[in-house]
Ligand binder design. Structure first.
Ligand code: GDP
Length: 183
């Protein structure tokens, strides 16, 4: 997992997007996954950012290109080009802020408007380390995911809990779908 290899050696290049309300932890999840870093300050820049991570699934080498909104969701300024070509999405809410959970349907509607129906969507309840501040129970996340046909996981970018697992689940599922299509 995560080995360095040349682009030409890659069997697949996948694009996936991070979405969800501002402040839920999207950019920290991405920096954990791509560089194993956590930032306590909020990001200063506005504009699309993305990071790469190389992953081995079985004997295949996959380059995952993960896009972050980098604050654009604050201005409802995410355009169709953000979603274009994406095979997967990580839809993130903050389990200490119910409003971010209540907004999930809005995000799902946007996803369904811009993306193919076979897109892999992983629902992520982030900030599981803030036990005392929890406003959304794990069961609520899980049952929404079941109802909408999504994968589900609770994570902590701060404590690096389940972050790797959530991204790997997304990439592996994309690989399963893509490799079946090309058979
Ligand atoms: P984004 O706007 O969705 O990209 O969110 P950020 O990654 O910028 O995070 C927003 C705030 O939440 C920052 O102050 C982070 O330090 C904090 N944060 C992100 N993930 C976690 C987490 O897992 N646990 C805790 N306690 N704080 C987090």
């Amino acid at each position: 997992m995560g080995d360095a290899f040349n682009d030409d050696e890659c069997d697949y290049l996948f694009k996936a997007v991070l979405i969800g309300d501002s402040g839920v932890g999207k950019s920290n999840l991405l920096s954990r996954f791509s560089r194993n870093e956590f930032r306590l300050d909020s990001k200063p820049t506005i504009g699309v950012e993305f990071a790469y991570r190389n992953i081995r699934v079985g004997d295949k080498l996959i380059k995952a290109q993960i896009w972050d909104t980098a604050g654009q969701e604050r201005f409802r300024a995410i355009t169709s080009s953000y979603y274009r070509g994406a095979l997967g999405a990580m839809l993130v809410y903050d389990l200490t802020r119910r409003a971010t959970f209540d907004n999930l349907m809005k995000w799902l509607e946007e996803l369904r408007r811009f993306c193919n129906s076979d897109m892999v969507v992983v629902l992520v309840g982030n900030k599981s380390d803030l036990v005392q501040k929890r406003e959304v129970e794990e069961e609520e996340g899980r049952s929404l995911a079941e109802k909408e046909g999504l994968c589900f996981m609770e994570t902590s970018a701060l404590e690096n809990l389940n972050v790797e697992e959530a991204f790997l689940e997304m990439v592996t599922k994309i690989y399963d779908i893509t490799s079946h299509k090309s058979l």
